[in-house]
Every structure is written in C-alpha cells, then in structure tokens.
Write a protein that binds this ligand. Structure first.
Ligand code: ATP
Ligand code: MG
Ligand code: FE
Length: 346
C-alpha cells in the first residue's frame, strides 16, 4: 500500500509517497531563506514554518503522484533526531492523518531516512553495505544489514563538528551566503584546490579509522581567511581547498572501512553527499578499490519526505510493529534501529 512520509526535523517540511520501494511523488518546502539573515536555523522560525507548510506540502505530494488522501495506507514520520518543536509539528500532523484515515503510523529515525533515500533511485540496499552519512548534524560510518530488521552497527562518528557544519561555518568566515555547503561548492569551481593545503584530521596511522574531526579544519580555514583581512580574500581557492580536504578525509576513511570489513558497496548519503567533489572523489576511489558506489540524486540527498516514506514502506513490508498511540519525539536519538518509537515520560 501507499506510504505517506512526513519530514520536519529541521528547516525542510517534506512529504513523499512511496509504494513497494517506488517513489510516486514528493514535495518539499524550506524555511532556509528565513534563517539566512541569522546565519543558522532559528528553531522558533522553523517550527512556525512547518505549521504553515505541512498541509500544503502533503497536498502537493498527492497531486504529483495523482493520488487522493484515501489512497494512503500508512503514515511514516520523523520522530528524531532534530529540533524539538519542529519534530512535534510533523508528528502531530502525522498522528492526525493516521487517526483520520485509520491507518498505521510509523516513527522513523531521520538518519535511517537519509540511508533509505538511495533505495528510491537504486533499489534495495545490499546486505551488508557500508554507509557514510554526511549531513548538517552528522558524520558517521555505519555498517547496515537489513535496514528494517537488523540493528545498525555504528562504527564511528565525528568527535566534534559535522562535515556540513564545517562547510556552513567556514562559508560564513569566507563571507559566503547561508547555507554554506552549496555556496562553497559553487565558489570552488573557480578555485585551485592546491592553492593552500588544509589539514586532514584523524587520518594518521595511529588515529581511530572510523572517527572524524572537522573543528580543527574549520579553525585552519577561518585563520587562513583572517590572514587576508584588509586585502582580497581568494575565496574560490579557499573553498576549493576546503572542499578537497573534506572530500579527501571522508572518502579515504569510508573506502578503508569497506576494505577492512570486506564490504563491496559504499552508500554516501545526507546533505553533504550533494557536494560535487565528494561525489567525484568517492567515485574515483571506489572505482580503484573495486567497490560499488551508490549516492542518491541531489534532490534526495538533502532533507525530504520521500526518504521517510521509504523507511515506512520497508517497515510495513517487514511486518514491523506500528508506533503506539502515545509515541513521542526524541530530539537526540542515537541511530540504532530505523523505527524510532519513543514514548516520553511527562
Ligand atoms: P541532519 O540530517 O544531520 O539532522 P540536516 O538535516 O540539517 O542535518 P541535511 O539536510 O541532510 O542536514 O544537509 C544539510 C547540510 O548539507 C548543510 O550543512 C549544507 O551546507 C550541506 N550541503 C548541502 N549541499 C551541499 C553541497 N553541495 N556541498 C557541501 N555541503 C552541502
Ligand atoms: Mg536543511
Ligand atoms: Fe538531514
């Protein structure tokens, strides 16, 4: 049956419709522009924007799919992690729809959604596969088996900033617009990646092979920008060099993790998977190592409702237990299972 997915963990309100692993339609509204002048997502603004956009976005997704409300057979919604108020708007809306339509509701872990996004383009994930999640809030290496049934093995995370956060903050230091990731990507096209060499944190032989660190790199890039104060900042070169350092660290460690675990498929997901250099270098290194690389198309890399519907569809087909009526949100849930059904103690 058709699963409606709802995403509202940060600044995108997304709705998507998926049936048997197939994407039927989706729509996204973003409050990104409203946050731009604050240089980052303002939770109160994001929450109100979700309230404003949720119903229209669901209708747009239905229109795109050529479906009606009555065609929805299950609802899936992000229950965490994310901004508390933002998550609550999505969950309240999803609960209302599930009750009104008398269909099951599934709570979904946002990061499992990012992982499942790729299945909408490339089909079911092989078991096992290595997943590199690189987004605004996360940088993690995961060993994924059956997403709907098995626990996810968390190999490592960033010890400080996420890769997307590093792009966003350095962009600010470079005077580039928010959000920084896409701005760095654009600026880098005109730059020389070896004009300056930024550090490659935690890539030494004695470092944790699965851990990442981006705060030192962020500081190095900000200091480099600082040294040009009063003169002309070669933004394109700085952007290209930063992007090269991030892409180098991410792809080097991800490919090494595949080799170490004898896994022949690498899946790169999350907003930073939209980065052109990350995509190109991942392809180059996977090709050299005989690893199959899977990266979702750009529109499915950043937050959307289709990826949440994809998880709901997997859960429903695996016969997973729907969420209890008192399901709540968990703003800081670690990724262990794709289904996330927290019940809050009041
Ligand atoms: P999380 O998924 O960890 O909760 P999030 O939902 O905010 O965080 P996503 O929407 O997955 O994150 O990704 C947003 C991030 O992706 C931002 O940091 C943004 O700068 C980055 N990003 C988007 N496009 C690009 C790009 N082309 N190059 C680099 N970074 C990018
Ligand atoms: Mg966003
Ligand atoms: Fe996300």
């Amino acid at each position: 049956s058709v699963v409606l997915g709802i995403e509202s963990s940060c600044d995108e309100t997304g709705a998507g419709l998926v049936e048997n692993g197939r994407l039927l339609g989706h729509a996204v509204a973003s409050s990104m522009d409203e946050h731009a002048r604050f240089g980052g997502v303002v939770p109160e603004i994001a929450t109100r924007a979700h309230l404003h956009s949720l119903t229209p976005v669901v209708h747009r997704a239905l229109d795109e799919a050529g479906l009606r409300m009555a065609d929805i057979g299950a609802v899936a919604v992000t229950t965490g992690p994310g901004l508390s108020g933002a998550l609550q708007v999505g969950l309240a809306g999803a609960k209302a729809l599930a009750y009104a339509l008398d269909v099951p509701l599934y709570g979904v872990h946002h990061l499992a959604g990012h992982v499942a996004a790729d299945t909408l383009e490339h089909g079911p994930l092989p078991d096992p596969c290595m997943v590199l999640i690189v987004s605004g809030g996360h940088t993690s290496l995961l060993l994924v088996r059956d997403l709907a049934r098995d626990p996810i093995v968390h190999l490592g995370d960033t010890v400080d900033d996420a890769a997307g956060e590093c792009f966003d903050k350095v962009a600010r230091a470079f005077g580039l617009p928010y959000p920084g990731g896409p701005a760095i990507d654009r600026a880098a096209r005109e730059g020389k990646p070896d004009a300056v060499v930024f550090p490659r944190p935690l890539t030494g032989p004695r470092d944790d092979p699965y851990a990442f660190s981006f705060s030192g790199l962020k500081t190095a890039a900000a200091r480099w920008a600082e040294r040009h104060r009063g003169g002309v900042l070669p933004v394109a070169d700085g952007a290209a060099a930063l992007q090269e350092a991030v892409a180098d660290v991410l792809t080097r460690k991800a490919v090494a993790a595949c080799v170490r675990h004898g896994v022949d498929t690498l899946v790169v997901v999350g907003g930073v998977a939209a980065n052109s250099r990350v995509r190109a270098l991942a392809q180059e290194r996977c090709g050299a190592a005989g690893i199959t690389l899977r990266v979702p198309p750009l529109r499915l890399c950043t937050d959307n409702g289709a990826m949440i519907a994809a998880v709901g569809d997997l859960l429903a087909r695996a016969g997973a237990e729907p969420a209890p009526h008192d399901v709540s949100i968990d703003p800081s849930a670690p990724l262990e299972f794709a289904a996330l059904h927290p019940v809050a103690a009041l």
